[in-house]
Design a protein around this ligand. Structure first.
Ligand code: HXC
Length: 280
């Protein structure tokens, strides 16, 4: 059977044209998983609007090379890349110290580091389950913990990158679903606990986003439904996959002045897919 063309989003831009130039001038974003496809897009957009950034990833050389690429979007910007495993709280503390030393502050935190794979429950060892919980959930906690003293100084904003398939449950992703549900709960709790310190905590949930590592992996496997492999755009009410820039737009909104009273919510950027029962 021939593969129908997937209606990709038409553009390859950093973000929509809704935002004023330099709105993040003087701000600093700290992002775990920042070398990944979605999080690097979030950071690239923030940098293009004036922010400086520190991105963290497990592969140091790759992270530094992505940081250098991101810096090109705005001449004069500073983007640092750190090798860091979010399971190691002490290495996060060191990255925070270096960031503050070189960039002066941390205003925005994106907890985006994830370690995911598709597996049946039968195929998951206890250590496999624990590994994903440790990277996704404990890693998010570790990141907040390491950044909190700085976020208190700046009345900062936190975004967790989550998922929607745990709203109903999903085969082959019991480990990831459990971790992402925990991340949502962590954010909701922090929004209440840290609100009095002027810190907001929200969740951005990407759905099927084109040109991402996650979708490449999902569509490459025989373990996902044929309909998704053959024409994923059929599964979203808007009839197409999303763009990385559309996740960036939600991020910009939450970090901008326009998002200043938004705390404890989840913005699902999936074209309405999960409402239609199709979680990705
Ligand atoms: C079953 C698996 C497995 C698999 C690993 N394990 N892969 N079990 N199916 N496909 C098991 C191992 O056998 C081991 O258990 C345990 O998990 C830990 O594996 P390690 O390789 O030692 O861990 P580590 O080196 O820390 O690697 C973490 C990882 C790996 C999560 C397993 O996949 C990884 O590094 N991923 C990083 C990249 C990534 O996942 N990015 C996701 C972005 S996309 P035992 O019992 O043998 O010790 C995204 C969107 C969703 O998030 C995508 C959906 C697919």
């Amino acid at each position: 059977m021939s593969k129908p063309a997937v209606p990709f989003p038409p553009e390859d831009e950093l973000h929509s044209n809704a935002w004023a130039k330099d709105i993040f001038k003087g701000k600093v974003v700290f992002c775990t998983g920042g070398a990944g496809t979605i999080c690097s897009g979030q950071v690239r957009a923030l940098v293009s609007l004036g922010a400086n950034a520190a991105i963290l990833g497990r592969r140091e050389a790759n992270t530094q090379s992505v940081a250098a690429e991101i810096a090109k979007v705005r001449p004069g910007s500073k983007v640092l890349g750190f090798g860091c495993d979010v399971r190691d709280h002490s290495s996060l503390v060191k990255a925070v110290e270096s960031t503050v030393k070189e960039l002066g502050r941390i205003d925005f935190l994106i907890c985006g580091a994830a370690g995911n794979f598709l597996s049946t429950v039968d195929g998951l060892s206890p250590n496999a389950f624990k590994t994903v919980m440790d990277i996704d959930l404990l890693g998010s906690f570790n990141t907040v913990k390491a950044c909190l003293p700085e976020l208190k100084k700046t009345k900062g904003r936190i975004i967790f990158v989550s998922a929607s398939f745990h709203y109903t449950g999903a085969a082959l992703q019991s480990h990831v679903a459990a971790a992402k549900a925990g991340i949502d709960a962590l954010s909701h709790s922090l929004s209440i606990e840290l609100g009095p310190a002027g810190i907001t905590s929200n969740v951005v949930t990407p759905g099927a986003i084109a040109k991402t590592e996650g979708m490449d992996r999902l569509t490459a496997t025989n373990m996902v439904p044929e309909e998704l492999r053959e024409n994923p755009a059929k599964m979203t009410p808007l009839g197409r996959w999303g763009a990385i820039s559309e996740v960036a737009d939600a991020t910009i909104f939450l970090f901008s002045d326009a998002g200043r009273y938004i705390n404890g919510v989840t913005i699902v950027v999936d074209g309405g897919s999960w409402r239609n029962g199709n979680q990705v």
